[in-house]
Write a protein that binds this ligand. Sequence first.
Ligand code: AMP
Length: 398
Amino acid sequence: MKILVINCGSSSLKYQLLDMQTETLLAKGLCERIGIDGHLKHQPQNGKSVFDEDVALPTHTEAIAAVLDKLTSEQYGVVASMDEIGAVGHRVVHGGEKFASSVLINDEVMAAIAECIPLAPLHNPANITGIEACKAVMGDVPQVAVFDTAFHQTMPGKAYMYAIPYEYYTDLKVRRYGFHGTSHRYVSARAAEMMGKPIEELKLISCHMGNGSSICAIDGGKSVDTSMGFTPIAGLPMGTRCGDIDVSVLEYLCANTGKDVKTITNELNKKSGVLGVSGVSSDFRDLTKAAGEGNDRAALALDMFAYAVAKTIGAYAAAMNGVDGIIFTAGVGENDAATRAGIGKYLGWLGVQICPGCNQKRGEETFISTADSKVKVMVIPTNEELVIARDTKALTEK
Ligand code: AMP
C-alpha cells in the first residue's frame, strides 16, 4: 500500500509518498507560496530528476494537483497512476480534547476539526484546506487525521490544568494541550526498542529540540506532562518563541511601548527566543559560530536554552519519580553535540553521564551516554511522517 502524507500550512504544503510494504520513502517535496505565486520542489527517491521550479499555485487544490502530476509523471514520477495511492494521512495540529488518537476522516471528524479552530486559528484551517483539496483532486481515497495534540491526552489533570478560574477550562477549553505528540510518540517507542525493554516498564523524557522545542515526560508509554501548553509558545525558549514568561510582562509591554496585545504576542512568537536574546539568529549553527567569535549575547542565548532544557528534565524526573532514558531529537537534538553536552552537564546528580566520543555522532540513532551511565541518553532522528503513514495504513486497512 502506498500512502501520501500531507502537512499543510496556510501557504505551504509538505508531502511524502511512502511504500508501506517496506516503509520506504518514494518521493518527498514542498509546495511554497500557495495563493501568492507558487513554487514546487519535488524530490523523487528513485534516481529520477528533481523538479525545483516556480509553478502557479493559486490554491491548495492546484498544489495537490501539481504534486500528483509530478508523482505520476514520466520524467519525475514514482508511481504509474494516482490509483496506486491507497490513502492519505494528514498532520492536523489541534484535536482539542476530542481526539486522543488518529481517526479516519468523515464529515463528523471534519466538523470536530473545525470546532478546534479557535484553539489553533492559524493551523487547523490550513489542515482542513489540505483535506478538502485532496478530496477535490483524489475523490474518495480514504483520508486519516493524525493530531499533534493526541499523544498528550493521557496527561492527568494536575499536569494539564492551569490554576485559573475553573470556568475558563469548562467554558473556553483553556488548558495545557501540548504539541509535537507524533514526534514524542515515535522516538519514545524507538527508545524502548533500543533499550530492549517494553515501553510499559520505562520512564522516558523526550526532548524535541528544533526551531520549535518541547519536552515530554513519558511514563509507561503514556505522556504524563509536556512543556508546550495551550499554544506552542509555552515551555522552553525556542528559535523565535519566548517560552515560559510571567504573564504580567504582556500588560507591562503594552503599557510601556504603546503596542497592542496582538503586536506584542506576535513579537513573543516571532522575535523572541534565542533570536531575541542573541539578536543574531534563530539557528543554533549561527549562534554557536557567533558565540565562538566572542558574541556574549549568542553565548547567553545558548546557555539559557541548555539551562531550561535541563531544568525541565529535572522537573519531569520528579514528576515520574525517576527516569530511565532521555532522548534528544529534531534539528538541534539530532545534530548539536555542544548543546547536548551542555545539557548533560547539569544532570550528573540524576545519574546522567554523556560519553564525549559517542556524542560527536549526528543524525543517526545512537546512545550518547557512557556504558555505566545510570540513565541512558539517546539521539533518535524523529520521523513524524512514518508515524502518520503507519496510522493511516492501520486505520484504512480495517
Ligand atoms: P527542525 O525544526 O527540527 O527542522 O530544526 C531546525 C533547527 O535545527 C535549525 O534552526 C537549527 O537551529 C538546528 N540545526 C540543524 N542542523 C544543525 C546542526 N548541524 N548543528 C546545530 N543545529 C542545527
